[in-house]
Design a protein around this ligand. Structure first.
Ligand SMILES: NC(=O)C1=CN([C@@H]2O[C@H](COP(=O)(O)OP(=O)(O)OC[C@H]3O[C@@H](n4cnc5c(N)ncnc54)[C@H](OP(=O)(O)O)[C@@H]3O)[C@@H](O)[C@H]2O)C=CC1
Ligand SMILES: O=C(O)C(=O)Cc1ccc(O)cc1
Length: 436
């Protein structure tokens, strides 16, 4: 009987995710055939020399000819071109899949370029390359596959010990537009605004402690990743554009109410959004508490020294969910750690009435945050435009400026961010267990 070593898993694209996949799959005893661009052949060969079960090839054609399950882990923007180049060489009867974050164009590329005798089972790990995959959601899309092929893919992917979530490509894209894309828009906008104001937020007393830790660490985490990851999942997913546009509209409209001093209207709008999103959570424990949040400080300021904040980014998020008819709790099963942490931050504000009262009062009566909120509103609209224009190069330029600005703090933020992510995983597990 054929053993794991006789099953060849091809990885095309040995970047951050491809490497994670190659290492974990090979460590479980499957044989991995890997490649990146041809010009990286020699260096990749050297890097993986002597690593058991990983064989490096010059290009995707060679990998496709000899592999039983081929995973494309390349930039979403390039996927169609790469599949067009190597897909026709896929081994007879093999299976292909991809790791890109938006599945409709990926499946379209496979249907266009892959021979009809090849099955299609795609996947998407809902976490970044530095996160432990155990317990995180891993979406599997059975697009066109025999039972045997599907079972083989499930067997191979079970090595991540992730939570397998079975969805169609359309379901996947609808959910990730609601969760990932709009969450990233919020963090990207915060980073752009801080950089535009020339502020390292952890050094400014206005932003210290509590949920500020979530905002700051996760913003840095996103900017430490590659721009194309966020560009791909926002630009290529048409549903994402609508949510991101609404996020910018929510930020703008709420900011106008603040400027006009319309406290009643602001309060009514925010509270009805809060009721829509959190109304059914009244008996549930909060995802994040002060003792948990305080473990993750980049600034170290204690709770009693904190100042209130207008929290426009959080108010706009909940307003946006309300306007788009999204109940974020419905998507927990298919969510990234960043989304769960962001939901935890909104919940922390909206489900503690004194905090929300303070926030609304402070937004209207105190001008401390006005110029920050102005920059934030500009930034949110700028990101929405960049996504709507669909231009990858503009997106890249917008991304690279704050990236450069924050780069010196990426190492610290990654460390703290990883701890945050394991904490939120434990918290969601505890809360799920308590519900059983
Ligand atoms: N990073 C993340 O957090 C996550 C990313 N994803 C998705 O996974 C995919 C990979 O992401 P990630 O690993 O982060 O990105 P990387 O940029 O790190 O990796 C992509 C790799 O593919 C290479 N590549 C490009 N063209 C070819 C080709 N013709 N043949 C072989 N290799 C090629 C790239 O080379 P070069 O750099 O020279 O172009 C690069 O090394 C993306 O679609 C991304 O959206 C999914 C989940 C999480
Ligand atoms: O958790 C997040 O949102 C990240 O930033 C990492 C990430 C990026 C792209 C994906 O498709 C999945 C996860």
């Amino acid at each position: 009987m054929a053993g794991r070593k006789d099953v060849f898993v091809g990885i095309i694209g040995m970047g951050n995710m491809g490497r994670l996949y190659a290492r974990v799959i090979a460590a479980e005893g499957w044989s991995v055939n890997a490649c990146d661009r041809e010009d990286k052949f020699e260096s990749l060969k050297k890097e993986f020399a002597g690593i058991e079960n990983i064989h490096v090839y010059a290009n995707g054609r060679s990998v496709s000819r000899i592999s039983d399950y081929i995973i494309y882990a390349v930039e979403a923007e390039l996927l169609d071109t790469v599949v067009a180049a190597y897909g026709p060489s896929t081994k007879l009867g093999a299976i292909v899949g991809g790791q890109t974050s938006c599945k409709t164009p990926e499946i379209k590329a496979f249907e266009k370029h892959i021979p009809p005798d090849v099955d299609i089972v795609s996947c998407h790990s809902l976490h970044g390359p530095t996160v432990d995959p155990a317990g995180q959601p891993l979406v599997i899309i059975r697009h066109r596959a025999s039972d045997r092929s599907f079972k083989l893919v499930e067997d191979i992917l079970s090595c991540f010990r992730s939570k397998l979530v079975h969805l169609s490509a359309e379901e996947h894209d609808r959910i990730t537009a609601d969760t990932q894309a709009v969450t990233h828009a919020a963090f990207l906008s915060m980073g752009t605004a801080w950089a535009a104001n020339n502020q390292f937020p952890w050094e400014v007393t206005r932003w210290q402690g509590g949920i500020e830790n979530i905002k700051i660490n996760l913003t840095l985490r996103i900017y430490s990743n590659k721009w194309h990851v966020y560009a791909g999942l926002a630009i290529l997913n048409p549903a994402a554009q609508k949510q991101i546009r609404q996020y910018a509209a929510s930020a703008t409209e709420l900011f106008k109410l603040i400027l006009q001093g319309k406290k009643e209207e602001l309060s009514r709008r925010i509270r009805s959004a809060g009721e829509f999103v959190f109304g059914k959570q009244k008996d549930q424990e909060l995802l994040l508490r002060d003792d948990i949040l305080d473990k993750f400080s980049l600034s170290g300021v204690p709770l009693h020294e904190r100042k209130p904040n207008s929290h426009l980014s959080l108010l706009a998020m909940v307003d946006c969910w309300h306007k788009c008819n999204i109940v974020p709790y419905d998507h927990i099963i298919c969510s990234t750690p960043l989304f769960r942490l962001w939901l935890g931050a909104t919940e922390y504000l909206f489900r503690q009435p004194d905090l929300l009262d303070d926030c609304i009062r402070f937004a209207i009566e105190d001008e401390t945050f006005r110029s920050d909120d102005l920059e934030f509103t500009f930034a949110a609209r700028g990101w929405s435009d960049a996504v709507s224009f669909g231009d990858f190069d503009t997106y890249r330029k917008r991304f690279e400026m704050p990236q450069e600005y924050f780069a010196p703090r990426f190492a610290d933020a990654t460390k703290v961010g990883n701890q945050m992510i394991s904490t939120i995983l434990e918290r969601t597990k505890d809360i799920e267990k308590a519900k059983e």
